[in-house]
Design a protein around this ligand. Structure first.
Ligand SMILES: [Zn+2]
Length: 167
């Protein structure tokens, strides 16, 4: 067998069914450009529904399920009136798409009955948390994506509005 040689590798790649880091389902990157399970939290960046230039940093702590949502400048989200805002719900929904409901519920330590909505099973309260750390991780994530020299479209960057839309 020579299919591990450089020439053979190309043939092997063409014929393989290997997929690179497949999300469980296709993700809507424009709405939630960044989601991760890190630092004991489900956290990520959610774009504003009304203002294309604004993003929210949303997070939910594992265990307590205490949650926070603010702009990347640490302004509190106006949608947090005693219950998780639409950004937190979008974050949870996107995490389920990215990681699958089992992994997300294990990480957050929440019991999700068969067929139930994971977001509806969380019982935390609002607890302020700094947005800057999450936002800088998001920017590093984008910087990393820019490293490979490629002409292929990078879906993570489609979140950015096209230039020239100022006003
Ligand atoms: Zn929010």
């Amino acid at each position: 067998m020579t299919d591990r040689s450089p020439n053979g590798a190309a043939v092997w790649t063409r014929h393989s069914r290997l997929r690179v880091v497949p999300p469980v389902q296709p993700r809507k990157l424009a709405k939630v450009p960044f989601v991760e399970l890190a630092d004991g939290r489900l956290q990520g960046v959610v774009s504003s529904g009304s203002d294309i230039g604004r993003v929210y940093v949303s997070s939910i702590a594992a265990g307590t399920h205490n949650y926070n949502c603010s702009t990347n400048n640490n302004r509190p989200c106006g949608g947090l009136y005693g219950s998780p805002c639409k950004h937190l719900r979008a974050l949870v929904a996107e995490a389920v798409v990215q990681y699958g409901v089992d992994r997300v519920s294990r990480y957050l330590r929440v019991e999700v009955p068969e067929g139930a909505d994971l977001a509806g099973c969380l019982g935390g309260v609002h607890e302020p948390a700094p947005a800057a750390v999450v936002f800088s991780r998001f920017l590093r994530h984008l910087a990393y994506l820019e490293v490979p020299d490629t002409t292929l479209p990078i879906p993570e960057l489609h979140w950015f509005p096209a230039t020239g839309t100022v006003g």
